[in-house]
Write a protein that binds this ligand. Structure first.
Ligand code: NAD
Ligand code: UDP
Length: 362
């Protein structure tokens, strides 16, 4: 039987050097809880956790979770290890599937032998291009199992299935969080996702790259709200229903997002329209009734406010990048191919013409 969370034992955060993971590590350390961050830095960045490295309660283990590993006493496990931006997860799709499937398997084995709870970062992508709107947890989804997004969508679906089998077979206490589009400070300039692309492009007065006609919708959750939900989900007493949607149900078209970013940055950017990526979901909005009832949680940061904070962060990041370029330090390349990969590369500061970029290990 899984133990209750031991506050003095470290929480293992797989993917803790990434965007969400680093915010989560900061919050845990802020609560006085020790953290063991496990990351292979495929999309994570040392600078995300630089401040934490100075804290004696924070430990970093560089490891690929798809390879088995052992750890000493633990309080619980958050599994966030997996690239989340389409550009990055499609750059090495086989590795993405292995990260979700083998990685989750290895972490479930650790949870089983340590007798601790595990929170699995799943995704709205398990609903694919949804035929039901908004999406509630009861919906089984509409996923193309052979397309370019399948490595992520099906990898995460298989990871969910493993989680529930470990719960049924081995009494491991699993909490599956289906996270919807989350943004905020800490994203990389070359992340490739829509919020970071638009803000960086707007701050540089470059055209905002709209894929398709911009009618597709997403519902954007600010990172602090999401991390609060992850912590509440992990810490809540036994007997919760899972999987659980976590996100902000305020829905926007991509075009509306672009207009808002241009307004908030005061940019002179125009918009250009590029081909829609394969299987790009046409609409996405979470039904979060379950999270409201079970966690008494509600996202608080509206898009306008969250974007304003994120714009300030990217202004600093771009200034930092400019000063590195002035000193002759090379900008790290971005993974990926196709239109989205090319846009991510250009946004990262590699300039036009970089179509195929090698996989990055930092
Ligand atoms: P991210 O790419 O910034 O972070 C992922 C982290 O996992 C990185 O630090 C990366 O280096 C690490 N990682 C990847 N593969 C690994 C491996 N095999 N072994 C060890 N570490 C590995 O992405 P994010 O936005 O922070 O997302 C974190 C998690 O949340 C992911 O699992 C993602 O699927 C899930 N999620 C995020 C969102 C979102 O909008 N941010 C939405 C849905 C789901
Ligand atoms: N998108 C866009 N321009 C960009 C990046 C993304 O129009 O520069 C669109 C993308 O086609 C999708 C939406 O924005 O419809 C969200 O994309 P993102 O990659 O952020 O995440 P997804 O929800 O698709 O995983």
């Amino acid at each position: 039987m899984a133990a209750e969370i031991m506050q003095s034992s470290p929480m293992l955060v797989a993917g803790g050097a990434g965007f969400l993971g680093s915010h989560l590590c900061e919050r845990l350390i802020g609560q006085g809880r020790p953290v063991l961050c496990v990351d292979n830095f495929v999309t994570g960045e040392l600078h995300n956790i630089a401040r934490l490295m100075e804290d004696s309660r924070f430990r970093l283990q560089r490891h690929d979770v798809s390879d088995p590993f052992e750890v000493a006493a633990l309080g619980g496990i958050f599994n966030l290890a997996c690239p989340a931006s389409p550009v990055h997860y499609q750059a090495d799709p086989i590795r993405t599937t292995m990260t979700s499937v083998r990685g989750t398997y290895n972490l479930l084995e650790i949870a089983r032998s340590a007798g601790v709870r595990i929170l699995q970062a799943s995704t709205s992508e398990v609903y694919g291009d949804p035929a039901i709107h908004p999406q509630s947890e009861a919906y089984w989804g509409h996923v193309n199992p052979t397309g370019l997004r399948a490595c992520y969508d099906e990898g995460k679906r298989c990871a969910e299935s493993l989680c529930f089998d470990y719960q049924r077979k081995h009494d491991v206490e699993v909490r599956v969080a289906r996270i919807f589009n989350t943004y905020g400070p800490g994203m990389q300039i070359g992340d490739g996702r829509v919020v970071s692309n638009f803000i960086v492009q707007a701050l540089r007065n470059q055209p905002l790259t709209i894929y398709g006609n911009g009618d597709q919708t997403r519902s954007f959750c600010y990172v602090d709200d999401l991390v609060e939900a992850l912590l509440a989900f992990m810490d809540a007493p036994r007997g919760l229903r899972s999987p659980m949607n976590l996100g902000n149900p305020e829905e926007f078209t991509v075009l509306e997002l672009a207009e808002l970013v241009i307004e908030l940055t005061g940019s002179h950017s125009r918009m250009i329209f590029l081909p829609l990526p394969h299987d790009d979901p046409t609409q996405r909005c979470p039904n979060i009734e379950l999270a409201r009832q079970q966690l008494d949680w509600n996202p608080r940061v509206r898009l306008r406010e969250g974007l304003t904070r994120t714009i300030l962060y990217f202004e600093r990041m771009l200034e930092h990048q400019r000063s590195r370029v002035r000193k002759g330090i090379k900008v790290a390349p971005v993974q990926g191919s196709g239109t989205a990969g090319k846009v991510a590369a250009e946004t990262a500061g590699l300039g036009p013409g970089v179509l195929e970029i090698s996989h990055v290990r930092r």
